[in-house]
Design a protein around this ligand. Structure first.
Ligand SMILES: NC(=O)C1=CN([C@@H]2O[C@H](COP(=O)(O)OP(=O)(O)OC[C@H]3O[C@@H](n4cnc5c(N)ncnc54)[C@H](O)[C@@H]3O)[C@@H](O)[C@H]2O)C=CC1
Ligand SMILES: O=C(O)C1=N[C@H](C(=O)O)C[C@H](O)C1
Length: 250
Protein backbone atom coordinates (compact mmCIF):
# COMPACT_ATOMS: atom_id res chain seq x y z
CA UNK A 1 0.00 0.00 0.00
CA UNK A 2 1.43 3.41 -0.93
CA UNK A 3 2.00 5.87 1.88
CA UNK A 4 0.03 9.12 2.19
CA UNK A 5 2.30 12.04 1.29
CA UNK A 6 2.18 14.65 4.05
CA UNK A 7 3.72 18.11 4.47
CA UNK A 8 3.85 20.25 7.60
CA UNK A 9 3.61 24.06 7.49
CA UNK A 10 4.99 25.79 10.57
CA UNK A 11 7.41 22.90 10.93
CA UNK A 12 9.85 24.81 13.17
CA UNK A 13 7.17 25.96 15.61
CA UNK A 14 6.22 24.36 18.94
CA UNK A 15 3.44 22.10 17.68
CA UNK A 16 4.75 21.92 14.11
CA UNK A 17 8.05 20.34 15.21
CA UNK A 18 6.13 17.72 17.20
CA UNK A 19 3.87 17.06 14.18
CA UNK A 20 6.94 16.50 11.96
CA UNK A 21 8.16 13.82 14.38
CA UNK A 22 4.70 12.20 14.59
CA UNK A 23 4.30 12.01 10.80
CA UNK A 24 7.83 10.61 10.42
CA UNK A 25 7.05 7.93 13.00
CA UNK A 26 3.79 6.80 11.34
CA UNK A 27 4.21 3.71 9.11
CA UNK A 28 1.42 4.70 6.70
CA UNK A 29 2.57 8.32 6.20
CA UNK A 30 5.52 9.84 4.38
CA UNK A 31 6.80 13.30 5.34
CA UNK A 32 7.55 14.97 1.99
CA UNK A 33 8.07 18.56 3.18
CA UNK A 34 8.57 20.45 6.44
CA UNK A 35 8.22 24.15 5.69
CA UNK A 36 8.70 27.21 7.84
CA UNK A 37 8.26 30.96 7.39
CA UNK A 38 9.82 32.12 4.11
CA UNK A 39 9.89 28.69 2.47
CA UNK A 40 8.21 28.41 -0.94
CA UNK A 41 4.72 26.90 -1.05
CA UNK A 42 5.52 25.57 -4.55
CA UNK A 43 7.53 22.88 -2.73
CA UNK A 44 4.19 21.31 -1.80
CA UNK A 45 3.40 20.78 -5.48
CA UNK A 46 6.95 19.72 -6.40
CA UNK A 47 6.98 17.07 -3.66
CA UNK A 48 3.48 15.79 -4.50
CA UNK A 49 2.06 16.50 -1.04
CA UNK A 50 -1.46 15.08 -0.69
CA UNK A 51 -2.18 16.49 2.78
CA UNK A 52 -0.81 19.59 4.49
CA UNK A 53 -0.82 19.98 8.26
CA UNK A 54 -1.19 23.73 8.83
CA UNK A 55 0.26 24.92 12.18
CA UNK A 56 1.41 28.48 11.60
CA UNK A 57 -0.19 31.75 12.72
CA UNK A 58 -3.56 33.45 12.27
CA UNK A 59 -1.78 35.93 9.95
CA UNK A 60 -0.46 33.19 7.63
CA UNK A 61 -3.14 30.53 7.58
CA UNK A 62 -5.52 32.04 5.00
CA UNK A 63 -2.83 32.48 2.32
CA UNK A 64 -1.50 28.98 2.93
CA UNK A 65 -4.95 27.41 2.68
CA UNK A 66 -5.79 29.37 -0.44
CA UNK A 67 -2.69 27.86 -2.09
CA UNK A 68 -3.50 24.33 -0.89
CA UNK A 69 -7.13 24.40 -1.99
CA UNK A 70 -6.25 25.88 -5.41
CA UNK A 71 -3.82 22.98 -5.92
CA UNK A 72 -6.21 20.30 -4.64
CA UNK A 73 -4.09 19.56 -1.55
CA UNK A 74 -6.14 18.48 1.49
CA UNK A 75 -5.45 20.32 4.74
CA UNK A 76 -5.60 19.60 8.46
CA UNK A 77 -5.57 22.93 10.27
CA UNK A 78 -4.76 23.60 13.91
CA UNK A 79 -4.02 27.29 13.55
CA UNK A 80 -6.42 29.56 15.41
CA UNK A 81 -8.14 32.86 14.59
CA UNK A 82 -11.24 31.61 12.81
CA UNK A 83 -14.12 34.05 12.26
CA UNK A 84 -17.34 33.69 10.27
CA UNK A 85 -15.79 35.88 7.55
CA UNK A 86 -12.70 33.66 7.29
CA UNK A 87 -14.81 30.51 7.15
CA UNK A 88 -16.97 32.03 4.41
CA UNK A 89 -13.84 32.92 2.41
CA UNK A 90 -12.51 29.37 2.77
CA UNK A 91 -15.86 27.89 1.73
CA UNK A 92 -15.77 30.06 -1.40
CA UNK A 93 -12.33 28.66 -2.31
CA UNK A 94 -13.51 25.11 -1.61
CA UNK A 95 -16.53 25.54 -3.88
CA UNK A 96 -14.09 25.86 -6.79
CA UNK A 97 -12.23 22.69 -5.72
CA UNK A 98 -15.04 20.40 -4.56
CA UNK A 99 -12.93 17.26 -4.07
CA UNK A 100 -10.55 18.92 -1.62
CA UNK A 101 -11.04 18.37 2.11
CA UNK A 102 -10.13 20.81 4.90
CA UNK A 103 -10.38 19.90 8.58
CA UNK A 104 -10.15 22.80 11.03
CA UNK A 105 -9.71 21.52 14.57
CA UNK A 106 -9.77 24.13 17.36
CA UNK A 107 -8.15 21.43 19.47
CA UNK A 108 -6.63 18.09 18.41
CA UNK A 109 -6.47 16.54 21.88
CA UNK A 110 -9.14 13.94 22.56
CA UNK A 111 -9.65 15.22 26.11
CA UNK A 112 -10.27 18.76 24.92
CA UNK A 113 -12.79 17.56 22.32
CA UNK A 114 -14.60 15.65 25.08
CA UNK A 115 -14.50 18.74 27.34
CA UNK A 116 -16.35 20.64 24.65
CA UNK A 117 -18.88 17.84 24.24
CA UNK A 118 -19.50 17.46 28.01
CA UNK A 119 -19.85 21.24 28.44
CA UNK A 120 -22.30 21.47 25.56
CA UNK A 121 -24.37 18.66 27.10
CA UNK A 122 -24.34 20.21 30.58
CA UNK A 123 -25.05 23.78 29.46
CA UNK A 124 -28.85 23.60 29.45
CA UNK A 125 -29.02 22.34 33.05
CA UNK A 126 -27.18 25.25 34.72
CA UNK A 127 -28.09 28.95 35.09
CA UNK A 128 -24.48 30.14 34.90
CA UNK A 129 -21.40 29.19 32.95
CA UNK A 130 -17.98 30.79 32.58
CA UNK A 131 -14.78 29.58 30.90
CA UNK A 132 -11.21 30.00 32.16
CA UNK A 133 -8.53 29.10 29.62
CA UNK A 134 -4.89 29.02 30.68
CA UNK A 135 -1.91 28.92 28.28
CA UNK A 136 1.82 29.48 27.95
CA UNK A 137 2.82 33.17 27.69
CA UNK A 138 4.07 32.82 24.06
CA UNK A 139 0.55 32.34 22.73
CA UNK A 140 -0.36 35.22 20.37
CA UNK A 141 -4.15 35.00 20.45
CA UNK A 142 -6.72 35.37 23.23
CA UNK A 143 -9.12 33.87 23.96
CA UNK A 144 -7.88 30.50 22.73
CA UNK A 145 -9.58 28.93 19.73
CA UNK A 146 -10.73 26.11 21.97
CA UNK A 147 -12.38 28.51 24.43
CA UNK A 148 -14.15 30.38 21.64
CA UNK A 149 -15.48 27.13 20.18
CA UNK A 150 -16.53 25.87 23.62
CA UNK A 151 -18.40 29.10 24.31
CA UNK A 152 -20.14 28.94 20.93
CA UNK A 153 -21.28 25.35 21.53
CA UNK A 154 -22.52 26.22 25.03
CA UNK A 155 -24.35 29.32 23.79
CA UNK A 156 -26.03 27.36 20.99
CA UNK A 157 -27.13 24.62 23.43
CA UNK A 158 -28.56 27.21 25.81
CA UNK A 159 -30.38 29.00 23.00
CA UNK A 160 -31.85 25.70 21.73
CA UNK A 161 -33.08 24.93 25.26
CA UNK A 162 -34.59 28.43 25.66
CA UNK A 163 -32.30 29.23 28.62
CA UNK A 164 -32.60 32.69 30.21
CA UNK A 165 -29.61 35.09 30.03
CA UNK A 166 -27.06 34.40 32.75
CA UNK A 167 -27.62 36.09 36.14
CA UNK A 168 -25.02 38.85 36.71
CA UNK A 169 -25.61 41.91 38.88
CA UNK A 170 -22.31 43.64 37.97
CA UNK A 171 -22.83 47.37 37.41
CA UNK A 172 -19.28 48.59 37.87
CA UNK A 173 -16.16 46.75 36.74
CA UNK A 174 -12.60 47.42 35.68
CA UNK A 175 -12.02 46.81 31.96
CA UNK A 176 -11.70 43.07 31.37
CA UNK A 177 -12.67 42.08 34.92
CA UNK A 178 -15.62 40.03 33.65
CA UNK A 179 -13.64 38.51 30.77
CA UNK A 180 -14.41 38.55 27.05
CA UNK A 181 -18.02 38.02 26.02
CA UNK A 182 -18.26 35.17 23.49
CA UNK A 183 -21.91 34.75 22.53
CA UNK A 184 -22.90 35.69 26.09
CA UNK A 185 -20.41 33.36 27.79
CA UNK A 186 -17.64 35.12 29.80
CA UNK A 187 -14.19 33.80 28.84
CA UNK A 188 -11.14 34.57 31.01
CA UNK A 189 -7.62 34.13 29.58
CA UNK A 190 -4.59 33.41 31.77
CA UNK A 191 -1.04 33.51 30.30
CA UNK A 192 1.53 32.01 32.64
CA UNK A 193 5.07 30.62 32.38
CA UNK A 194 5.00 26.89 33.13
CA UNK A 195 1.61 26.24 31.53
CA UNK A 196 0.90 24.65 28.14
CA UNK A 197 -2.84 24.49 27.34
CA UNK A 198 -5.60 24.14 29.93
CA UNK A 199 -9.29 24.93 30.18
CA UNK A 200 -11.96 24.95 32.88
CA UNK A 201 -15.64 25.27 32.16
CA UNK A 202 -17.44 26.16 35.39
CA UNK A 203 -21.20 25.67 35.44
CA UNK A 204 -23.34 26.90 38.33
CA UNK A 205 -26.88 26.10 39.46
CA UNK A 206 -28.89 26.24 42.68
CA UNK A 207 -26.51 25.16 45.45
CA UNK A 208 -24.02 23.38 43.17
CA UNK A 209 -21.27 23.84 40.63
CA UNK A 210 -19.82 21.50 38.03
CA UNK A 211 -16.29 22.01 36.71
CA UNK A 212 -15.12 20.35 33.51
CA UNK A 213 -11.34 20.68 33.28
CA UNK A 214 -8.81 19.57 30.71
CA UNK A 215 -5.01 19.85 30.75
CA UNK A 216 -2.64 19.35 27.84
CA UNK A 217 0.67 18.71 29.58
CA UNK A 218 2.74 18.11 26.44
CA UNK A 219 2.39 18.78 22.72
CA UNK A 220 2.23 15.00 22.25
CA UNK A 221 -1.43 15.29 23.41
CA UNK A 222 -2.31 16.80 20.02
CA UNK A 223 -0.64 14.14 17.86
CA UNK A 224 -3.24 11.33 17.77
CA UNK A 225 -5.83 13.89 16.66
CA UNK A 226 -3.57 15.31 13.97
CA UNK A 227 -2.79 11.84 12.59
CA UNK A 228 -6.47 10.89 12.66
CA UNK A 229 -7.27 14.11 10.77
CA UNK A 230 -4.61 13.41 8.14
CA UNK A 231 -5.93 9.90 7.50
CA UNK A 232 -9.59 10.96 7.38
CA UNK A 233 -9.49 14.31 5.55
CA UNK A 234 -8.60 12.72 2.20
CA UNK A 235 -12.07 11.16 2.07
CA UNK A 236 -13.97 14.12 3.55
CA UNK A 237 -14.37 16.73 0.81
CA UNK A 238 -15.36 20.27 1.79
CA UNK A 239 -14.97 21.91 5.18
CA UNK A 240 -15.13 19.92 8.42
CA UNK A 241 -15.02 22.09 11.56
CA UNK A 242 -14.07 20.17 14.69
CA UNK A 243 -12.30 16.85 15.21
CA UNK A 244 -15.46 15.44 16.83
CA UNK A 245 -16.80 14.82 13.31
CA UNK A 246 -14.06 12.22 12.79
CA UNK A 247 -14.71 10.55 16.18
CA UNK A 248 -17.62 8.34 17.12
CA UNK A 249 -19.04 10.49 19.92
CA UNK A 250 -22.71 9.64 19.51
N1 LIG B 1 -5.61 22.90 17.26
C1 LIG B 1 -4.74 22.50 18.20
O1 LIG B 1 -4.91 21.45 18.84
C2 LIG B 1 -3.54 23.33 18.47
C3 LIG B 1 -3.40 24.52 17.83
N2 LIG B 1 -2.32 25.30 18.04
C4 LIG B 1 -2.24 26.49 17.24
O2 LIG B 1 -1.25 26.30 16.25
C5 LIG B 1 -0.64 27.55 15.93
C6 LIG B 1 0.86 27.44 16.14
O3 LIG B 1 1.13 27.30 17.52
P1 LIG B 1 2.63 27.20 18.07
O4 LIG B 1 3.33 26.08 17.41
O5 LIG B 1 2.53 27.24 19.53
O6 LIG B 1 3.23 28.58 17.54
P2 LIG B 1 4.75 28.88 17.10
O7 LIG B 1 4.86 30.36 17.05
O8 LIG B 1 5.69 28.11 17.96
O9 LIG B 1 4.83 28.26 15.64
C7 LIG B 1 4.32 28.84 14.48
C8 LIG B 1 5.36 28.64 13.40
O10 LIG B 1 4.78 28.97 12.14
C9 LIG B 1 5.79 29.64 11.39
N3 LIG B 1 5.16 30.38 10.30
C10 LIG B 1 4.57 31.60 10.33
N4 LIG B 1 4.11 31.91 9.11
C11 LIG B 1 4.39 30.87 8.30
C12 LIG B 1 4.18 30.60 6.93
N5 LIG B 1 3.55 31.49 6.16
N6 LIG B 1 4.59 29.41 6.43
C13 LIG B 1 5.23 28.51 7.21
N7 LIG B 1 5.48 28.71 8.52
C14 LIG B 1 5.07 29.88 9.05
C15 LIG B 1 6.51 30.51 12.42
O11 LIG B 1 7.76 30.96 11.96
C16 LIG B 1 6.60 29.53 13.59
O12 LIG B 1 7.77 28.72 13.49
C17 LIG B 1 -1.32 28.58 16.84
O13 LIG B 1 -2.39 29.20 16.16
C18 LIG B 1 -1.84 27.74 17.99
O14 LIG B 1 -2.93 28.33 18.64
C19 LIG B 1 -1.33 24.93 18.91
C20 LIG B 1 -1.42 23.77 19.61
C21 LIG B 1 -2.55 22.88 19.46
O1 LIG C 1 -1.50 28.03 21.19
C1 LIG C 1 -1.64 26.93 21.77
O2 LIG C 1 -0.74 26.43 22.46
C2 LIG C 1 -2.90 26.21 21.62
N1 LIG C 1 -3.79 26.67 20.78
C3 LIG C 1 -5.08 26.13 20.53
C4 LIG C 1 -6.17 27.08 20.99
O3 LIG C 1 -6.02 28.30 20.83
O4 LIG C 1 -7.20 26.61 21.49
C5 LIG C 1 -5.23 24.72 21.06
C6 LIG C 1 -4.56 24.51 22.39
O5 LIG C 1 -5.27 25.21 23.36
C7 LIG C 1 -3.12 24.94 22.35
Amino acid sequence: MSKLRVAVLGARGRIGAEAVRAVEAADDLELVAALGRGDKLETLVETGAQVVVELTTPASVMGNLDFCVRHGIHAVVGTTGWTDERLAQLNTSLAASPETGVLIAPNFSIGAVLTMKFSETAARYFESVEIVELHHPNKVDAPSGTAVRTAQLIAAARAAAGSAPQPDATVTALDGARGADVDGVPVHSVRLRGLLAHQEVILGGEGETLTVRHDSLHHSSFMPGILLGVRRVVSAPGLTFGLEHFLDLS
